[in-house]
Design a protein around this ligand. Structure first.
Ligand code: IPM
Ligand code: MG
Length: 353
């Protein structure tokens, strides 16, 4: 198992370090794991003038899986767009064709009161987002800002091909089949043609999955239903932009964005694994970030890329045990309790493992 480690910026390196401690333990346990690290994002820009240097991309392509921290920071926001850290993650998704983004939103029983929503609304929540990652308004052409000051125009293009829609919907159906057998497809067909096509194709594919119940929801209604009654959902399949927004919203149902892992898979199960949170520059370097989303992302890697669900379950079990011991990083700590550090949480997971 060759794993590329891309720590990135902000809290990325600190949380990835905790995941690597667990990898090391699994290696001494007999798993054949090889790792190689490379700079990415702002860190790579600082060294090489490019957020996604050719050597980093080559490593990502040659590895079986990529474990990714986070990228971005305010010091890079004024750079030309193709030099910004975000270009690295968007470039990796596109270049490696990591089109299927799985973002589970589950509430750990230990954290049911960490959510800003009432525990009775979120307890037992278990949603899986299947978000498309390589198309949509993120990549559509033309795009840009033109015109003279006073008359400037900004424009982007929402664009989806039938092939792109079809393959992500199949991932949605297959994912639902392995879970609660309910697939809800998110669109904005009352306004946008792109998503009319999305809905049409979903209907065309559905007969191939007679065991899965397909429903449709408009994205605005979906945003509302997610806070009104989130447990009504099993699997949600979305385009790139809607999935970006809705998965951040869903993360808050679980108590902390610091808890949510993700997998971005290509057609062969190779994947990039990253927490859904960002680089959190405000707390970077302080040793207080929550490493659990990163550790759980590594768990997903063993499940989806390496076909080792028992190792994944072991990692997830260790995380739950660490939480059950009462340890909380600042983002999930109840008022009045002393938050633990990033390393303390990592140690607790390691011990439980
Ligand atoms: C995410 C992030 C990225 C996205 C950014 C960093 C480009 O918000 O993974 O959700 O918009 O996809
Ligand atoms: Mg996002």
């Amino acid at each position: 198992m060759k794993i590329a480690l891309l720590p990135g910026d902000g809290i990325g390196p600190e949380i990835l370090r905790q995941a690597v401690r667990i990898l090391d333990a699994l290696r001494s346990d007999g798993l054949k794991i090889e790792t190689e690290e490379a700079p990415v994002g702002g860190a790579a820009y600082d060294i090489a003038g490019d957020p996604l240097p050719a050597a980093t991309l080559a490593l990502a392509k040659s590895a079986d899986a990529v474990l990714f921290g986070a990228v971005g920071g305010p010091q890079y926001d004024a750079l030309p767009r193709d030099k910004r850290p975000e270009k690295a993650i968007l470039g990796l998704r596109k270049e490696c064709d990591f089109f299927a983004n799985l973002r589970p939103a589950t509430v750990f029983p230990e954290l049911a009161d960490a959510s800003t929503l009432k525990p009775e609304v979120v307890s037992g929540l278990d949603i899986m987002f299947v978000r498309e990652l390589t198309g949509d308004i993120y990549f559509g052409q033309p795009r840009g800002i033109t015109g003279a000051r006073g008359e400037r125009v900004g424009f982007n293009t929402m664009h989806y091909t039938e092939a792109q829609i079809t393959r992500i919907l199949h991932v949605g159906f297959r994912t639902a089949r392995q879970r609660g057998k309910r697939l809800c497809s998110v669109d904005k067909m009352n306004v946008l043609e792109t998503t009319q096509l999305w809905r049409d194709i979903a209907e065309e594919i559905a007969p191939g999955y007679p065991d899965v119940e397909l429903t449709h929801i408009l994205v605005d209604n979906c945003a509302m239903q997610l806070v009104r009654n989130p447990r009504q959902f099993d699997v949600l399949v979305t385009g790139n932009m809607f999935g970006d927004i809705l998965s951040d919203e869903a993360s808050m149902l679980t108590g902390s964005i610091g808890m949510l892992p993700s997998a971005s898979l290509d057609a062969n199960g190779k994947g990039l694994y990253e927490p859904i949170h960002g680089s959190a520059p405000d707390i970077a370097g302080k040793g207080v970030a929550n490493p659990l989303a990163q550790i759980l992302s590594m768990g997903m890697m063993f499940r989806y890329t390496f076909g080792l669900p028992d190792v994944a379950a072991r990692i997830e079990g260790a995380v739950r045990k660490a939480l059950a011991s009462g340890l909380r990083t600042a983002d999930i700590a109840a008022g009045g309790t002393r938050p633990c550090t990033t390393a303390e949480m990592g140690s607790a997971v390691l011990k439980a493992l």
